[in-house]
Design a protein around this ligand. Structure first.
Ligand SMILES: [Zn+2]
Length: 319
């Protein structure tokens, strides 16, 4: 049998057929094109799901179930999306609507949780029992796997690790609080740190300013690119950014002591430039306990956007 996973994003809808070895056989996609009625979004999801099956050469009858990863407050038990800021929907009976269209059992999960589950099944956290996936994007997303199951709290709204405060009365966060980890460790946080440093530099000689002008804007890569050119300002920003990243990672490790903590999202593409100093900084901040104890492996998430599709497709394993 095969499974089908759908990643319902604010920009794109991507469906993928997944085999028993967690390999994606084929994908199909379309634009999400919101705002539009929920029925119409469901029609598009059903369409790309069928297209993916066709591309994979898999008979629809050989697909056991469909899973959907959705940004927002997702209740997998009732099958209802209470609220999704990205998709502008409230109280959306998505499971009912999709089961009508697909004639299959449909499961839903928050997209960050689905991606963490994908990394746990088939990516950087494969073989772990307890794992945490951190995604560094516009915000800081998180997924928690405990004993092979997604942990999202009693109300399915847990795992919001990005909103753990690391600086009391610190920088404002989109959630309304101040000093959240997300305000510092997200790609947005990195861009802000870079801009602040550029402001302090001599505009005539600032390497980061020149790089930003060449690219058209300050990005999450600006400071890393400057660092690679040997620029002191770039090194300073990268170092400061990884300090903030390490602060949150060390706290997460203290709470969960997972086997694996993987880092994904755009910024993670820097690979060893982030992971090696991060490991060093975290090692300096955590309790060692018995030196023979298992220490959390910190690594880069390996599946990229496919993690969400694989995790969603395999949600049936959890029920
Ligand atoms: Zn926050």
């Amino acid at each position: 049998m095969y499974k089908l996973g759908i990643d319902l994003g604010g920009t794109n809808i991507v469906a993928g057929v997944v085999d028993d070895e967690y390999k994606i056989l084929a994908k199909a996609e379309c634009k999400t094109n919101i705002p539009r009625p929920a029925e119409s979004v469901c029609d598009s999801m059903a369409e790309v799901a069928k297209q993916a099956a066709e591309k994979a050469g898999v008979n629809w009858d050989d697909i056991s179930s469909v899973g959907i990863g959705v940004p927002g407050a997702v209740n997998p038990v009732t099958g209802i999306i209470a609220y999704s800021a990205n998709l502008l929907f409230k109280d959306w009976e998505i499971v009912k609507m999709m089961e009508e269209r697909l004639g299959k059992k449909v499961y839903i999960e928050n997209d960050a949780n689905a991606a963490a589950y994908g990394e746990f099944l088939a990516g950087s956290a494969k073989g772990a029992t307890n794992a945490i996936a951190v995604t560094l994007g516009t915000g800081v997303g998180g997924g928690i796997i405990i004993n092979g199951k997604i942990y999202s709290g009693s109300n399915f709204a847990g795992a919001e690790i990005g909103h753990m405060v690391i600086v009391k009365d610190g920088k404002p966060c989109g959630c309304g609080r101040k000093g959240c980890w997300e305000a510092y460790a997200s790609a947005t946080g990195l861009i802000n740190l870079t801009k602040e440093e550029i402001e302090k530099e001599d505009p005539e000689t600032s390497v980061m300013k020149k790089l930003a002008e060449k690219e058209g804007n300050v990005s999450g890569r600006t400071a890393f690119d400057a660092m690679r050119l040997g620029d002191e300002g770039g090194k300073k920003v990268v170092n400061e950014y990884i300090d903030y990243l390490a602060c949150g990672v060390a706290s997460i490790i203290h709470i969960f002591q997972p086997d694996v903590l993987c880092i994904g999202g755009g910024v993670s593409k820097e690979g060893d430039n982030i992971i090696l100093p991060l490991r060093e900084k975290v090692a300096g901040e955590i309790y060692k306990g018995e030196s023979s104890c298992l220490q959390t492996k910190i690594c880069v998430a390996t599946l990229g956007n496919d993690a969400g599709i694989i995790g969603a497709a395999c949600l049936e394993n959890l029920y």
